[in-house]
Design a protein around this ligand. Structure first.
Ligand SMILES: Cc1ncc(COP(=O)(O)O)c(C=O)c1O
Ligand SMILES: N[C@@H](CCOP(=O)(O)O)C(=O)O
Length: 463
């Protein structure tokens, strides 16, 4: 299996090199040259598999000879061993035709753990084999950063620097990033938005001198391996609700488009996905793109679902590549329009292709709070604000002939203020994290400026 850049100007790479390279040198994102379709025999066996076995079946065709089956099985076993639920991603029925898939039973209580725990193990295995050391720089609106720090803390051959927007993540998210005391992990509070952090990260990859100097690597969904590990739970839901042969739809709370793009990959692998519903908060650039054909960046609005306070949605580029008939030059033109004028119009053919698979809707702040209260009243489930956005949009798009799965992307205890304001209930942290508020914090404050951030990273690496 080879991977190509969405901008068409970088050489194709193996899975291993794709994972270590992160962003392609031409600024594009790596995607598989072809998406493997699972055989009916494999699909027929899925209902009897546990999560780890299913993960190996789904990921194996993508990893080439980087990991053999035994190695991949070990990686997956180590990754999910500490999850706090035997089913890993349990499904609960909320209403007629509507299901919730809980993706928050990992160590940092968000869906990011599903992929981050896997790629932590993958990086460790490859770097040990190659005798190399890397610097991971990540941009986060809260959850990717905590999951990355948890997955890589204490590893010898990896330094981790996470950029987060100062004052724009929840206190639990911040403390998850600032309280680990291992010398190889660092949190940098940037005076800007998540979009600024992500832009600086991509600019660091474009600075080839810096990239080589620190041996830069990515754990954001820039990294194909992140997307791949997230494809698994779409199959898991399909197997749980209908042997992975019955149609189903998904409503996915969306920001950087990595999670729902993983659902699109599952569909291309043969999962009978009817609709993929993009659910956003009032930062609704993806809704305008799908519903009006115009991708136009604007001001970021802070919301009670802060992990989705995103304007430039990185993985939309991967979808565009497919929708434009895998024409890298066309993608590069649209991306350069985005950089120069802050937006672009989607060509008609590409828009029709996107609409063949995706719907999109946004949810305002009051509706989100009402949905948290409503879900509790109707089903007894206490959900986080991101999850509530997905449930609210799922209800709008429900078609009773096809089960709809809404993704529960974070534990409500990560956003206790918003949940308490909506329901009067303050969700407690699990016991293993009960002292999170007492642990000392450590972070570096840095201006919203690429060279200041690069200097901070150099200093932190030297420590
Ligand atoms: C809790 C939560 N829900 C939803 C999202 C959106 O996911 P994605 O950026 O993959 O679209 C995020 C951020 O990744 C998140 O942390
Ligand atoms: N919501 C994310 C933003 C980064 O997304 P990623 O999937 O590209 O890592 C976060 O919580 O940081």
């Amino acid at each position: 299996m080879r991977y190509v850049s969405t901008r068409g100007q970088s050489p194709a790479l193996s899975f291993e090199d794709t994972m270590l390279t992160g962003l392609a040198p031409d600024g594009g994102l790596y995607v598989p040259e072809t998406v493997p379709v699972l055989s009916p025999e494999t699909i027929a066996r899925m209902h009897a598999m546990d999560y780890e076995t299913l993960a190996v079946e789904v990921m194996r065709p993508f990893v080439g000879d980087t990991f053999d089956e035994d190695e991949l099985s070990d990686i997956v076993a180590r990754a999910y061993g500490e999850f706090g639920h035997a089913a890993r991603a349990p499904l609960k029925q909320l209403d007629r035709g509507l299901w919730l898939m809980e993706l928050f039973h990992g160590p940092t209580l968000a869906f990011k753990d599903f992929a981050m725990q896997v790629i932590g193990q993958m990086f460790q295995s490859v770097l040990t084999r190659r005798g190399e050391r890397i610097t991971i720089v990540g941009a986060t609106s809260g959850d990717t950063g905590s999951a990355a720090i948890e997955a890589f803390r204490g590893l010898d051959n990896v330094g981790v620097c996470i950029l987060y927007p100062h004052g724009r993540v929840s206190e639990v998210q911040r403390r998850q990033m600032t309280t680990p005391d291992e010398a190889n992990v660092h949190a940098l509070a940037v005076e800007g938005t998540f979009d600024d952090c992500q832009r600086h990260l991509k600019d660091m990859f474009a600075d080839h001198g810096f990239r080589d100097e620190v041996r830069l690597a990515a754990v954001n969904s820039i990294n194909w391996a992140r997307v791949l590990a997230q494809v698994v739970y779409y199959w898991w839901a399909g197997a749980a609700l209908g042997d992975a042969t019955r149609k189903l739809s998904f409503s996915v709370p969306t920001g950087n488009f990595g999670d729902i793009y993983a659902g699109f990959i599952a569909k291309r692998m043969g999962l009978p996905v009817e609709r993929l519903v993009i659910a956003t908060n009032r930062n609704d650039i993806l809704c305008s793109a799908v519903n009006e054909g115009r991708y136009e960046t604007g001001e970021v609005h802070p919301t009670i679902s802060p992990s989705m306070d995103i304007q430039v949605s990185s993985n939309f580029e991967r979808l565009l590549f497919d929708a434009l008939g895998r024409d890298g030059a066309a993608v590069a033109r649209l991306m350069s329009g985005l950089k120069q004028s802050g937006g672009f119009s989607l060509p008609e053919g590409a828009l029709a292709e996107i609409r063949a698979h995706f719907d999109a809707d946004s949810v305002g702040e009051e509706e989100t709070a009402e949905e948290i209260a409503n879900t509790l009243a109707e089903s007894g489930e206490l959900v986080c604000p991101h999850t509530a956005v997905g449930i609210d949009v799922a209800r709008t798009h429900l078609d009773l002939s096809v089960p709809m799965v809404a993704l529960a992307t974070a534990h409500p205890a990560k956003f206790p203020d918003a949940v308490e304001a909506a329901t009067g209930i303050r969700p407690p942290l699990p016991n293993r994290m009960a002292d999170l508020y007492d642990r000392p914090e450590r972070m570096a404050r840095v201006g919203n400026d690429l060279s200041a951030i690069q200097s901070a990273i150099r200093e932190l690496r030297a420590k």
